[in-house]
Design a protein. Structure first.
Length: 190
């Protein structure tokens, strides 16, 4: 069984929307304009690229990342990695050609089948709606969170408000940085 890892930039109040400046959100770009940049606080992001063997995202995140990430040196390790996009509306014609193998999955059942197959860790980038659905379905095994010392108020949240049984997490790695960022890595306890 493969490990499904959700990775996110998240505000202290749980917002994950538009951390890099995606249009349409009043606080867009909050990760780099509101907190001093310290390279060591982002070491986890480089490690993720080395450890992951596949990337999973929802349609909205795919449409945001696919025009930009293929040509960015910071994301070079993701270029050759298989990518999976969960969408009921995306078509093969919507996929970019310069970002390696990309497969469209139509349901969480297909994600569960991918996870059950042989292979290494799968990393989930962005994809707030997908993350909530994956969590509610019990498919996420680990969270890699970079928690920013910001309260953003409104915005897409990483965790759903679904009424469900308690889901216990075990803190397996953490660090606090001089700029107020916190790295929190949690395994989901089954």
């Amino acid at each position: 069984m493969r490990t499904l890892i959700s990775t996110a930039f998240i505000s202290l109040d749980g917002v994950v929307e538009a951390p890099g400046g995606e249009p349409g959100y009043r606080n867009a770009g909050w990760t780099f304009k509101d907190v001093e940049f310290l390279p060591e606080a982002f070491d986890l992001k480089g490690r993720e690229q080395k450890e992951a063997t596949a990337m999973l995202m929802g349609r909205v995140s795919y449409e945001a990342f696919s025009p930009v990430w293929p040509d960015m040196a910071d994301f070079a390790d993701y270029a050759a990695m298989p990518k999976y996009v969960v969408s009921t509306t995306l078509t093969e014609g919507d996929l970019v050609e310069n970002w390696g193998e990309t497969t469209i999955l139509r349901s969480l059942d297909e994600v569960a089948a991918l996870k059950a197959a042989e292979g290494g860790p799968i990393i989930v980038h962005g994809s707030a709606s997908l993350n909530r659905a994956l969590s509610d379905a019990g498919l996420i095994d680990r969270y890699h969170l970079l928690v920013f010392p910001l309260l953003l108020g409104a915005g897409k949240r990483l965790f759903s408000s679904t009424d469900k049984d308690t889901q216990k997490l075990r803190l397996v790695e953490h660090e606090a940085y001089a700029n107020g960022l916190q790295k929190q890595v949690f395994d989901v306890v089954r």
